[in-house]
Design a protein around this ligand. Structure first.
Ligand code: C2E
Ligand code: CA
Ligand code: CA
Length: 694
């Protein structure tokens, strides 16, 4: 060989080596390897990059088709095999993408291309292919697919803008929420959705948060394409690229209108009266409590009106609850009209309403509003052709004069309202300190009453009943007295009512009966066969045990029942006539004497009077007081006496204080008298002396 040829050869090899190196490097950089398969010899060649793609060192082992198949993902082996075989049979190239399993068992993606070389007869003699590792691209692509899947399927609305807030993408959910299609929104800014609900400060602080912290979240009220408002819970995120430059804003919106509506409904249930839609007790209290500091700071006054309808129970009882409800709704409208825009009307429940009046300068402001309310009910309410007359009883308390707290103010207004009720209804009254004193006294009495029996604080006094014809004492009325260590001597007028309200009257009444019977028995044992009159309140009668309990006392003590008279006031009998009548009949049947007390004040009708099993009518002392001078009183007494005689009943006049009283009554044919003229109620020992000397 000539040296020049040799040199040429060396040079060529060098070149070839360089080329091979270059090719290898190029393949490594492009992640593309190549292979060649000699069909006749079955010899397979892999370039270094193919080894690398499969996770091996270059030429780590001798490549074979079988080894190659081993590195194909099991699910793709058939595809790979078939693609190759088909391409050989059909004498054409192919191009597929499939998964591989690398040496370290990790999965990868490759793109394969293959072509064939043919002999003169057209048979395949060699196959040449490339393997392109596309794992990275594939993963990136999958991520994008996943992201876009999420983007379009998410139920939250997503809006993506560029850095200048121009909308570049919105998802389906957002179109659904806003009513705008993606196309309508592209190029716009989110201002297009603004409802005008929020002010500059709101957006200002929102953007400040996005710019400084990179995000904001909160609730925004936006406007839909159809004009409707909706509340969205929104997260806004500022996106920056690797260089830290702001590129996008992403807003994720969740329409919470439904949730909001639900919350509002719950709020309404908790704070508003469903019947009248007025604020309820809870909201009323909240308002008062929340206004107090403000009013205090500004040295103002606030009035609280406590309103109770005068006829509600009646309406409910006679016309039913449906009408009762309509009545209340109507009432609420009327009061609302009578007050000013800024005054708050609430319904506390039942027929109780309150009004909060703020910014009052003088008490006269409140008076005129109160008068407006009273006057508004001068006309009857017309509900479904029913004419309903009603009135209001209103108590008024003033902050800070009558109370510093909600509780004190309500209590004061309530106390004043009760005062109105007690003194004839359909009016208003301001709370006064004396009402408070009355109330305190009442509470004192109520508390001390509880222990009065066990502490032996009650005692009885007796007032004689005199028969003018026989000039003798024929009976005595037992009257209770209460001597309390602190309160002193308390008159029954002060505590009987209260004990009726608390139910304590029942126990007290039994104590009275027992004591009166014991005293009577002692009297009878000395031969003075007097009749004892015991006052019985309707609250006692209504107790289902009354007859049993009183009969037990009578039996145990052993007083002849024909000397026991029960006095029941006329108004008590008439207020629940049907029920009382049957009890009175039973008592009469057992053998008790019965008397109608305070007669003339309770509006008895003659027809009822006829039916009542009472033997005696006791003319109320109010008619006796002026009987000498007042024509009317005298004729009333004369009528009562005539009526009683006609019905075959006995008559007694109480409250006879003077000789004149006694004379007049005698002239009117009333021969039984009770009163100071003969004696004040006195203790039993004094009473015994009294009859002894009579
Ligand atoms: P009442 O049953 O009408 O009793 C008569 C009241 O008139 C008694 O007052 C008596 O002291 C008073 N009185 C008697 N004579 C005269 C008079 O000439 N002039 C005047 N101005 N008053 C006279 P008291 O004892 O304060 O009793 C008041 C009311 O308390 C009684 O009225 C009765 O309704 C009730 N009460 C008294 N004791 C009992 C009782 O044991 N049980 C029940 N349920 N109620 C009682
Ligand atoms: Ca009486
Ligand atoms: Ca009486």
């Amino acid at each position: 060989m000539s040296s020049s040829f040799e040199n040429e050869l060396i040079e060529e090899r060098k070149q070839l080596k360089k080329l091979k190196f270059g090719l290898n490097k190029a393949q490594e950089l492009a992640h593309i390897g190549h292979w060649e398969l000699d069909i006749s010899s079955g010899e397979l060649f892999w370039s270094d990059e193919v080894y690398r793609i499969f996770g091996y060192a270059p030429q780590e082992f001798a490549a074979t088709y079988e080894l190659f198949l081993k590195h194909i993902h099991p699910d793709d082996i058939e595809l790979v095999n078939k693609s190759y075989m088909d391409s050989v049979n059909e004498k054409r190239g192919y191009h597929i993408t499939h998964r591989i399993i690398r040496k370290d068992s990790k999965m990868g993606f490759v793109e394969e291309r293959c072509e064939h070389e043919f002999d003169a007869d057209g048979n395949v003699i060699r196959s040449i292919g490339t393997v392109h590792d596309i794992t990275k691209q594939k993963i990136a692509q999958n991520e994008v697919m996943l992201a876009s899947e999420v983007f379009s399927k998410m139920s939250d609305g997503i809006v993506i803008t560029d850095s200048s807030q121009k909308i570049i993408k919105v998802n389906k959910a957002f179109s659904k929420i806003s009513g705008y299609s993606a196309e309508e929104l592209y190029g716009q800014t989110p201002k297009a959705l603004s409802s005008g609900w929020h002010n500059h400060e709101f957006y200002g602080s929102m953007w400040a948060s996005i710019m400084t912290h990179g995000y904001w979240n909160g609730e925004i009220i936006d406007r839909k394409k159809n004009g409707e408002l909706y509340t969205a819970e929104i997260n806004i995120i500022a996106l920056h690229n690797d260089e830290g430059i702001l590129t996008n804003f992403i807003s994720i919106a969740n329409d919470v209108t439904k949730k909001k509506e639900q919350e509002d409904l719950i709020h309404n249930l908790a704070y508003f009266d469903s019947l009248t839609t007025l604020p309820n007790r809870v909201l009323f209290q909240e308002r008062v409590v929340s206004r107090i500091p403000f009013i205090k700071r500004n040295k103002k006054k606030m009035a609280l009106l406590f309103i109770d309808m005068d006829n509600f129970k009646n309406v409910n009882d006679t016309l039913g609850h449906v009408m009762g409800d309509k009545f209340l709704v109507e009432v609420s409208k009327i009061i609302k009209k009578a007050i000013r825009e800024q005054d708050t009307l609430s319904r506390l429940g039942g027929d109780e309403f309150t009004v909060i009046i703020e910014d009052i300068d003088t008490v006269m402001d409140v008076v005129s509003i109160a008068e407006n309310i009273i006057n508004a009910f001068r006309q009857p309410l017309i509900i479904e052709a029913n004419k309903l007359y009603t009135g209001v009883s209103m108590g008024i308390s003033i902050y800070p004069d009558d109370g510093q707290s909600y509780e004190e103010l309500v209590k004061a207004a309530d106390t004043a309202m009760y005062q109105v009720k007690a003194s004839g209804k359909n009016s208003f009254q301001f709370y006064t300190q004396s009402m408070n004193e009355k109330l305190t006294e009442r509470i004192d009495i109520e508390n001390h009453l509880r222990s009065a029996i066990e502490n032996n604080e009650f005692f009885l006094v007796y007032q004689p009943k005199v028969n003018l014809d026989t000039k003798s004492v024929y009976g005595m009325e037992a009257l209770i007295r209460w001597k309390h260590p602190e309160l002193g001597l308390v008159r029954p007028d002060k505590f009987i009512n209260i004990s009726e309200e608390t139910g304590q009257i029942y126990e007290i009444g039994l104590w009275v009966a027992k004591q009166a019977l014991l005293d009577t028995k002692a009297l009878h044992e000395t031969g003075n066969m007097l009749t004892v009159s015991i006052n019985v309140s309707s609250k006692q009668l209504e107790n289902e045990n009354f007859i049993r309990d009183i009969c037990r006392e009578v039996g145990e003590i052993g007083v002849d029942i024909q000397y026991i008279e029960l006095e029941i006031t006329e108004s008590h009998i008439m207020s629940n006539i049907d029920k009382t009548l049957s009890i009175l009949n039973e008592l009469h049947f057992i053998g008790f004497l019965l008397s109608i007390d305070d007669f003339g004040t309770g509006y008895s009708s003659l027809s009822y009077l006829k039916k009542l099993p009472v033997q005696t009518i006791k003319i109320d002392r109010s008619f006796v007081l002026d009987i000498e001078t007042d024509e009317d009183d005298r004729s009333i007494v004369a009528t009562i006496i005539a009526m009683a005689r006609a019905l075959g009943k006995d008559v007694i006049a109480e409250g006879s204080e003077t000789q004149g009283h006694v004379n007049t009554l005698k002239l009117l044919n009333c021969n039984k008298i009770q009163g100071y003229f003969f004696s004040k109620p006195i203790e039993i020992d004094t009473f015994k002396e009294f009859i002894y000397n009579f």
